[in-house]
Design a protein around this ligand. Structure first.
Ligand code: FAD
Length: 394
């Protein structure tokens, strides 16, 4: 029989590794991808949907091409357990599948109790919209239903979390929408962090485009001491209750539950991997990709997950078929849209160092850039979206 690679999670990391393994091994490997949903909605560009720049449908991607054009065996089910001694994965629908190598790429889950008063059962009242799909639609509907002059509040997450600039791009897009439909509305950010990604760029943009609309409360003023009351739509900041019309709670994060369940995480809640190949430090036969992994300097992003997946695919193929393995190189860019045509970016290239993936060269947009350059940066991000979704889903 052909060696089998089982991939848990058909998101950005998992679908990429499955596609590259099947495509590049030309049938030498049996590649089985386990993913419960039939359509994957990208978190990337979901903020642009909130802002009115992107259609909801344009965020969705199916699995048909992975199966038909690339030879991936796609199983729509949950992985509910991993027996690493027997090298099998148990499926929610019953039965189990054996593997020679396992790739675990389940994205994120939330740390229970990290925002007192909130748990996943509150997500229908106070959405996180940090896994895309119906949560993103709910958040948008809530923003559109805000009363005139109402308050949109965001509880921002502590580090490390998925997409470092994501909450602040979201604030920009919500402000863009409200500026047109509800210009006296207010945005309140409650932030446990001293500082955040691309802060100078966002703050400059907020001042320029949305002056007076956005207030950020950092840890010095109680941003790290926040409780929510979903039933009354209240937020308690340092003991003082305030009402909000929309409350977007983005809790602290950890590796997707199945990674912990399989014993692949450490006490940080993330899954440690070796920087040369994304191989689990706890099991030679297992690789962990994307947001779930603890790898070093790379931010948790779709670009990173895709880049890590290609490195892992190359190594797994070499392991199982004797093909040549190339030295690992990784890269990432995170674009953010602040207002119409006002795009900014931050990025870096990375290489494995002794104990982690290390940043070797980085770049970031500058404050005061002219509008042509900002528009060009935005257009670059649209090209990236088209390119990456084709690279991931075929
Ligand atoms: P995911 O893409 O989340 O995939 C995980 C998959 O695993 C899911 O499909 C899930 O259904 C599946 N799964 C989970 N558990 C199981 C199980 N037990 N069995 C089977 N399947 C399972 N990144 C960028 O690069 N650029 C951006 O502009 C950008 N913007 C963002 C904006 C927002 C608002 C957010 C929230 C994120 C953004 N990101 C961006 C980050 C990006 O979406 C994630 O980093 C990326 O999706 C991580 O890929 P992943 O494969 O690790 O996880």
């Amino acid at each position: 029989a052909r060696p089998r690679v089982v991939v848990i999670g058909g998101g950005t990391g998992g679908a990429t590794v499955a596609r590259y393994l099947a495509k590049d091994s030309e049938g030498a490997l049996d590649v089985l991808l386990i993913e419960p949903t039939r359509r994957y909605y990208t978190c990337y560009f979901s903020n642009l949907y909130l802002g009115g720049f992107w259609d909801y449908d344009a965020l969705g991607h199916g699995y048909a091409n992975l199966a038909s054009d690339n030879g991936v065996n796609v199983v729509h089910d949950w992985a509910i357990g991993v027996d690493r001694d027997a090298r099998t994965v148990r499926l929610g629908g019953g039965g189990s599948v054996g593997y020679d190598r396992l790739v675990v790429a389940p994205g994120i889950d939330f740390v229970e109790g990290s925002v007192p008063g909130w748990d996943v059962s509150s997500q229908h009242i106070m959405p996180h919209a940090y896994k895309a799909g119906s949560q993103t639609q709910l958040l948008k509907a809530q923003i559109e239903a805000m009363p005139e002059g109402g308050t949109f509040a965001m509880v921002a997450p502590p580090n490390p979390y998925r997409c470092p600039p994501g909450p602040y791009e979201r604030v920009s897009m919500v402000a863009h929408l409200l500026k047109q439909s509800n210009p006296t509305a207010k945005i309140l950010i409650l932030d446990p962090k001293e500082s955040f990604s691309k802060q100078a760029l966002f703050e400059e943009g907020w001042q320029k485009h949305y002056s007076g609309m956005i207030t950020r409360i950092g840890p010095d003023f109680g941003g790290n001491n926040v409780e929510v009351r979903p039933q009354t739509m209240e937020i308690v900041i340092d003991g003082e209750a305030e009402r909000a019309d929309v409350c977007n709670v983005i809790p602290a994060q950890k590796a997707g539950l199945i990674a912990a369940d399989a014993g692949l995480t450490d006490d940080t809640g993330w899954a440690p991997v070796t920087p040369q190949d994304m191989r689990s430090r706890l099991d030679q036969n297992v690789f962990v990709l994307g947001d779930s992994s603890a790898q070093g300097d790379m931010p948790k992003s779709g670009f990173s997950a895709n880049s890590q997946a290609k490195v892992a695919a190359n190594v797994i193929r070499a392991d199982l078929t004797g093909s040549r393995a190339f030295p690992a190189r990784y890269s990432n860019t995170c674009w953010s849209l602040i207002a119409d045509g006002d795009g900014v970016k931050v990025g870096a290239s990375y290489e494995p160092s002794e104990d982690k993936i290390s940043s070797v060269e980085s770049f970031v947009s500058k404050t005061g850039e002219d509008t042509d350059l900002r528009r060009q940066t935005y257009e670059e991000s649209i090209g990236w979206y088209k390119g990456i979704t084709a690279d991931v889903f075929g």
